[in-house]
Write a protein that binds this ligand. Structure first.
Ligand code: GRF
Length: 207
């Protein structure tokens, strides 16, 4: 993680708008934050997340699943390019693919993912829609350490967000994302500066 001489090295993977990535890039501008985004990767081309990285002068890479014969080959190539940047931490920030065994063998437990629901509720790619359909009054966002499951890993941080009567999926997800960005920046900074310890699924900051 961060030392007196250098900030923690972070690789961020994205698939879309990259507003969580932008929040991290902005936070890293302060040396006291203790982290630096050294590379940004994606599973698709021409997305705003990659454009945000380019505007910030951060190296980017793309690994598209259709360009590989098997999912395992894609996963291995993704792991290799991520590892080549020697990250202290990999942040999946709106990365819409499950990473596989090869990726986790190379990089876990240094991989965290942000999910727009309060885990273990509403895992998968439609968290805000599922929360809305279920009629919950409170949902939120979760940062967790990635394991082999779908949004099942040890929980680093969570933030609660109210569901309003007139919400549609877009309005609810936008409200979640405002809280999610704050949670992500806070928790990633603490991981960078303090490290984390995981004991029986329980995550604590500090090593
Ligand atoms: C976030 O809510 C993330 O949790 C979810 O997709 C959204 C990505 O937003 N998986 P952005 O690309 O960071 O703006």
């Amino acid at each position: 993680m961060a030392t007196a001489n250098r900030p923690a090295r972070i690789v961020v993977l994205v698939s879309g708008a990259g507003t969580n990535l932008q929040a991290l890039i902005d936070a890293c501008a302060d040396p006291a934050y203790g982290a630096e985004v050294v590379a940004v990767g994606a599973d698709r081309e021409a997305i705003e997340g990659l454009a945000r990285a380019e505007r910030a002068g951060i190296e980017t890479f793309t690994r598209r699943l259709p360009e590989f014969a098997t999912r395992e080959e894609w996963d291995r190539s993704l792991a290799e390019v991520v590892a080549s940047h020697e990250p202290d931490l990999v942040v999946l920030a709106g990365f819409m693919k499950l990473v596989g065994e090869g990726f986790l063998a190379a990089l876990a437990p240094r991989v965290v993912n942000t999910h727009p629901a309060l885990c273990p509720s509403f895992p998968g790619t439609t968290g805000p829609a599922d929360a809305l359909a279920h009629g919950v009054k409170v949902t939120g966002a979760t940062l967790f350490v990635v394991d082999g499951g779908v949004d099942t890993g040890p929980i680093v941080a969570q933030v609660a967000v109210p569901v309003e009567d007139d919400d549609d999926v877009e309005a609810l997800h936008e409200r979640i994302k405002v809280a999610e960005r704050g949670m992500l920046v806070d928790a990633v900074g603490r991981i960078a500066r303090e490290g984390i310890t995981i004991t029986n699924r329980k995550v604590r900051f500090g090593s």
